[in-house]
Design a protein around this ligand. Structure first.
Ligand SMILES: Cc1cc2nc3c(=O)[nH]c(=O)nc-3n(C[C@H](O)[C@H](O)[C@H](O)COP(=O)(O)OP(=O)(O)OC[C@H]3O[C@@H](n4cnc5c(N)ncnc54)[C@H](O)[C@@H]3O)c2cc1C
Length: 494
């Protein structure tokens, strides 16, 4: 079955490529050919290259895996990105960048008739115990990063599922460590960035590129291609089971109580060692929609302190296996997140009000999943709540702030993700309209930023940022010809 689909994909790639060759953007083709001569056929691959197919198919969303680049650049070092970017800039070619490939925005990590950078060969990570910092290349995934540094007792702040990649950092990043140490991007120390014209700069909080440094904390793919991240090491992951928690599964009948507990924890709990990820899941099974909802509940310590999780633990559950675990085990509680083959789209919400705002978002989402126009092509959908605390926001501010710069309030970030039946190439206009209705029905509470990495491309996320005006000025400074906005797909508004 797996082999058969690979053959079909290969045939499709060659068919599309050679049939379309005359129609293909000849500038992209010429640039790819020049770059292959300069960098070699290992680094610049056409569809007949040995890694092209797997690299294309590596996008988490099938909608992105289906978009085929003229060639793929597989850099081994920053200078390869510089050379390719300089040619792309000179020749005015469309391009896209992919790290872990988990973007839910169609076209943000894939490009048709253009050049795709894929960092599958830049995956190194190291810990400097004198500086207490971690240096990582963009191709590493969070599971690999945590596993490799476990013996040193440190971890970078990153994703909560192992297969997710470093693009997470550029959108902000929600980690299980965030309530104590800020958004994942708040841990940035130094970034190497290839600007649109191919120039390599190093940005820190205090050097001449301090404006770029802050812009990259939330600026997504708009401010250059990051080829090296140096981040603060967090001493919260070791070979010892120094976390306590697990996965609790709830039946649909517990929804109301879960929403109340989610709201109460988000608005009242101040202990930065306590965190959770509440994920409502509706799965389409024929004409039925089955709801089974998962809470990942975690405490950085040897036991759960009394009180904090009591409301969650009092709710009738299907199973509840809590105990001492390592941070790496915590990352695997909801599965690896490495499934492929289903088109995925996301959308963001953010609520700071009463429990009715949580219930309102749940209802909007639940109505979407049970809509007769949606069900036939929907495989499953999630609505996830992440608690963001005042303390977490203040930690980020103390480290120089980020570009989304939320107001100092406790709030819940909401991720609405819809996954299509395997093989579907795009949602119908009816499903798209139903998705947009969900966003309209759960507008963010006034003043809250939406989360870039879990947004829909029609949501104007930059406009919700606390430092939107500053972000626009920084963008104008580093990309005066607006090349990125014109030649790569990404968040609107700059
Ligand atoms: C299963 C799953 C689990 C998730 N879990 C979490 C979570 O726990 N916490 C959280 O905060 N988010 C989470 N997300 C959302 C996640 O942050 C985004 O999907 C993010 O895009 C992942 O980064 P990536 O490197 O895997 O994806 P990619 O699609 O490769 O990259 C995301 C974006 O960043 C750009 N980009 C990537 N690398 C670079 C670079 N070096 N320079 C410039 N631009 C770059 C890409 O062009 C793309 O637009 C999850 C998503 C999924 C699907």
């Amino acid at each position: 079955m797996r082999f058969r689909s690979t053959c079909i994909l290969a045939a499709t790639v060659f068919h599309t490529y050679f049939d379309g060759i005359l129609a293909i953007n000849s500038t992209a083709l010429q640039t790819c050919t020049q770059l292959q001569t300069t960098l070699g056929s290992d680094i610049v691959q056409f569809p007949n290259g040995p890694e092209y197919l797997n690299s294309s198919a590596n996008a988490y969303s099938f909608f992105n895996a289906e978009i085929l680049a003229t060639c793929i650049v597989l850099p081994r070092q920053a200078s390869h990105v510089q050379i390719a970017m300089a040619a792309i800039f000179k020749n005015k070619v469309h391009y896209a960048v992919r790290a872990g490939g988990h973007s839910g925005m169609t076209g943000w990590n894939a490009v048709q008739d253009g050049i795709l950078f894929f960092f599958s060969h830049m995956k190194s990570i190291s810990y400097d115990d004198k500086k207490d910092t971690i240096t990582l290349q963009p191709g590493i995934r969070w599971g690999e990063a945590v596993q490799q540094l476990q013996p040193f007792g440190v971890t970078p702040m990153g994703g909560r599922l192992p297969d997710v990649g470093t693009g997470l950092l550029l959108g902000g990043g929600y980690s299980y460590l965030s309530r104590q140490h800020g958004f994942a991007c708040d841990a940035f120390i130094e970034l190497d960035v290839v600007l649109v014209n191919g120039e390599l700069v190093t940005a820190t909080a205090t050097n001449e590129h301090a404006d770029l440094f802050r812009a990259l904390k939330g600026g997504a793919n708009r401010f250059g291609i990051v080829t090296r991240y140096e981040v603060q090491a967090i001493h919260a992951s070791s070979l010892n089971a120094d976390w306590f928690g697990g996965l609790v599964l709830y039946p649909n009948s517990s929804v109301e109580a879960i929403l109340a507990a989610t709201h109460k924890f988000t608005t009242t709990v101040t202990d930065p060692n306590a965190t959770f990820d509440m994920v409502f899941v509706n799965t389409v099974n024929g004409s039925d929609v089955v709801g089974t909802h998962g809470l990942t509940l975690l405490y950085h310590g040897s036991a759960l302190p009394p009180g904090i999780f009591d409301d969650f633990l009092a709710i009738p559950a299907i199973n509840n296996q809590l105990g001492p675990i390592t941070y790496l085990t915590a990352l695997n509680l909801s599965g690896p997140g490495n499934d492929r083959g289903s088109g995925a789209k996301m959308g963001a919400g953010a609520v700071s009000g009463g429990v009715e705002e949580y219930t309102n978002a749940y209802r909007a989402w639940n109505d979407f999943t049970t809509d007769p126009a949606v069900k036939p092509t929907l495989a499953w959908s999630i609505l996830a709540f992440t608690p963001i605390s005042k303390f977490q926001i203040s930690v980020g501010r103390a480290r120089g702030s980020n570009s989304f710069d939320p107001p100092l309030v406790n709030y819940a970030a909401i991720d609405f993700q819809a996954n299509a039946i395997p093989g579907l190439r795009e949602w119908s206009p009816q499903v798209e309209a139903a998705r947009q209705t969900v966003f309209k029905r759960m507008p963010p509470s006034p003043g809250l930023p939406l989360y870039m990495n879990e947004s829909d491309q029609k949501q104007k996320v930059f406009a919700t940022y606390g430092r939107f005006e500053e972000l626009k000025r920084t963008y104008a400074k580093y990309d005066p010809t607006r090349f990125n906005v014109r030649f790569t797909d990404g968040p609107p508004g700059l």
